[in-house]
Write a protein that binds this ligand. Structure first.
Ligand code: SIN
Ligand code: MN
Length: 212
């Protein structure tokens, strides 16, 4: 059985320098101030996620027991529209995905609990899989795992450090992936920029609707 990396996976180690990463974290702190982090729950079982989430953009991803995985235009608790995607985040998208339509979802995952993780899953709630996903890692290093488009496909693990950027295109766009663990205390970035609990932030940018 081959354990080749799925095609379309691109890792840009250290793409964001400390200054760019600090600015992004402060921008996320502003988003969190108006759209507070919430704990999603699994459809049906109602099991809580170990990460907390919020969003920016026209389409915010959320999940709860009653309605399951979905995009919605407003924050589930405040009822207000999600904040706009910060300009520096849009500039990264344009630089790395030139010609692609702009992202509609800027999902923010906060791994504050040292035991926070994300089970193997496919990002499958979008209409358009032709546009790549962009994922920015900030703060503590994480162990990322990615396989193929079938759950049984072999997986590979890579460490994602603060400032690393991942693009998921082609087969990788529909590949199973997740976070097995974070390595607490490996970065001071969050604690120094508005997240006193430290930990790791992941920013995922996605195009949701077809056309555009
Ligand atoms: C996700 O797949 O939603 C998160 C990935 C990450 O935290 O790097
Ligand atoms: Mn994902």
């Amino acid at each position: 059985m081959s354990s080749e990396m799925v095609n379309g996976f691109k890792l840009l180690p250290g793409f964001l320098d400390r200054k760019a990463a600090s600015d992004l974290v402060r921008g996320v702190a502003e988003i969190v101030a108006s759209a507070p982090l919430v704990t999603p729950h699994m459809p049906r079982t109602g099991k809580p996620f170990s990460v907390r989430m919020t969003n920016a953009g026209s389409h915010g991803w959320f999940s709860d027991k009653a309605a399951g995985y979905r995009y919605q235009s407003c924050h589930p608790q405040t009822g207000r529209p999600w904040p706009q995607i910060p300009r520096d985040i849009l500039a990264i998208w344009r630089a790395l995905h030139p010609g692609a339509p702009p992202p509609q979802c800027c999902l923010i995952n906060y791994y504050e609990d040292p035991k926070a993780r994300m089970s193997l899953h496919v990002d499958a709630d979008e209409e358009d899989f032709s546009v790549p996903i962009l994922s920015l890692s900030l703060g503590d290093t994480a162990l990322f795992r990615i396989g193929g488009t079938a759950r049984k496909d072999p997986t590979r693990s890579v460490r994602l450090a603060s400032g690393d950027v991942v693009s998921l295109a082609q087969d990788a766009r529909r590949a199973f992936h997740g976070i097995d663990r974070i390595y607490p205390g490996t970065s001071t970035l969050l604690a120094e920029n508005g997240f006193p609990g430290g930990g790791r932030l992941n920013i995922t940018l996605r195009r949701v609707t077809a056309g555009g």
